[in-house]
Design a protein around this ligand. Structure first.
Ligand SMILES: Nc1ncnc2c1ncn2[C@@H]1O[C@H](COP(=O)(O)OP(=O)(O)OP(=O)(O)O)[C@@H](O)[C@H]1O
Ligand SMILES: C[C@H](N)[C@H](N)CCCCCC(=O)O
Ligand SMILES: [Mg+2]
Length: 245
C-alpha cells in the first residue's frame, strides 16, 4: 500500500543498489515488495529493435534474488524507457516522444494494488526534469511520497545532501530515510578521514533536525560479477530497523 520514493544526491550514487538491497531486506521480513523505476534513460534496443526492460529493474531483481516478474515483462515497473543516457527531459525530446506522468502514476497504483510496499526509484537527483515542465521533486510532491535519500562520503556530499534536504523541506515532504552508501569509501581518491567525518556530521544533523528519519548504511557489495549473475549476494547481516515500514 505504501510507496517510498528512492532518490539520491546525484546520478550514480547508488539508488539502484539501495533500492534492490532494501527490497531484499523487506522480503526477508516477510513484506511483499516490488520496485519501480520512474523513467529509465540509456536503454539498449533488443533484437527486435524494441526498447529493453529497464537496466535498473534488472539489477533490482538480481539484488532481490528473484527472476523478472510479470509486471517487469509487461513494462508496468518502468513504462518509459529511452535510448539517450541523459536527463529524462532530453532523452524524451530526442526520442520525439511524449511522457505522460499519469501513466507512471497509474503504473504505481497498479503495483500498489498487488504489493504492500512499492519502492519507486528516480533518475538522477531530486531536481532532475522528467519533462521540461516537471521536476522529479514536483512529481513527488503531487503524490506526497516520503523520500529515501541516498548519499555517500565523497567530498562534496555534505553540501549536496543538505541542499536536497532543503528542497524536500520546501515542498513539505518527509524524509523517510537517509542511506549512506560506502561506494566511494574504498576508491583510491577517497580520503577515509573525510568519509568518516561525513557520516558523523550527517548522522548528527539528521538526529537534530529530522528525529524521525532513519539512518541506514549500505554494505559494499564486492560482487563484481553482478551484471552476468542471476542474483547477487547481499550480506545477510545487513538488516533494516524493525520499524522501517
Ligand atoms: N553498495 C554498493 N556496492 C557495490 N557497488 C556499488 C554500490 N553502490 C553502487 N555501486 C556501483 O556504482 C554504480 C552506480 O550505482 P547505481 O547504479 O546504484 O546508481 P544510481 O544512483 O542508481 O544511478 P542512476 O541515476 O543512473 O539510476 C553501480 O553500477 C555499481 O557498480
Ligand atoms: C543516464 C544517467 N545514468 C541517469 N539515469 C540520468 C541522470 C540525469 C542527470 C541530469 C542532471 O542532473 O543533469
Ligand atoms: Mg539507478
Amino acid at each position: 500500500m505504501s510507496v517510498l520514493f528512492v532518490s539520491g544526491i546525484d546520478t550514480d550514487i547508488g539508488k539502484t543498489y539501495a533500492t534492490g538491497m532494501i527490497a531484499k531486506a523487506l522480503m526477508t521480513q516477510g513484506i511483499s515488495v516490488i520496485t519501480q523505476k520512474l523513467v529509465q534513460t540509456g536503454v539498449t534496443l533488443d533484437n527486435d529493435g524494441k526498447m529493453s526492460i529497464a537496466d535498473d529493474i534488472i539489477t533490482h531483481r538480481r539484488l532481490m534474488g528473484i527472476p523478472l516478474q510479470s509486471y517487469d515483462l509487461d513494462f508496468t515497473t518502468c513504462p518509459y524507457r529511452y535510448q539517450k543516457p541523459a536527463s529524462p527531459h532530453l532523452a524524451v525530446k530526442l526520442a520525439k516522444a511524449v511522457l505522460d506522468p499519469k501513466v507512471i502514476d497509474n503504473a504505481t497504483r497498479c503495483l500498489q494494488a498487488d504489493y504492500d510496499v512499492v519502492l519507486l526509484e528516480g533518475a538522477g537527483g531530486l531536481l532532475v526534469p522528467i519533462i521540461e515542465q516537471l521536476l522529479t521533486l514536483d512529481y513527488i510532491a503531487t503524490q506526497g511520497y516520503p523520500i529515501v535519500l541516498v548519499t555517500s562520503g565523497r567530498l562534496g556530499s555534505i553540501n549536496h545532501t543538505l541542499l536536497s534536504l532543503e528542497a524536500i523541506k520546501a515542498r513539505g515532504l518527509s524524509v523517510h530515510s537517509i542511506v549512506y552508501n560506502p561506494i566511494h569509501d574504498t576508491s583510491l581518491n577517497t580520503d577515509n578521514e573525510i568519509a568518516t567525518s561525513t557520516i558523523e556530521f550527517l548522522k548528527n544533523h539528521i538526529q537534530q533536525h529530522y528525529p524521525t528519519t532513519h539512518w541506514l548504511q549500505l554494505p559494499y557489495l564486492n560482487d563484481t560479477t553482478l551484471p552476468d549473475n542471476q542474483t547477487a549476494s547481499v550480506d545477510k547481516a545487513w538488516v533494516l530497523p524493525s520499524n522501517f515500514i
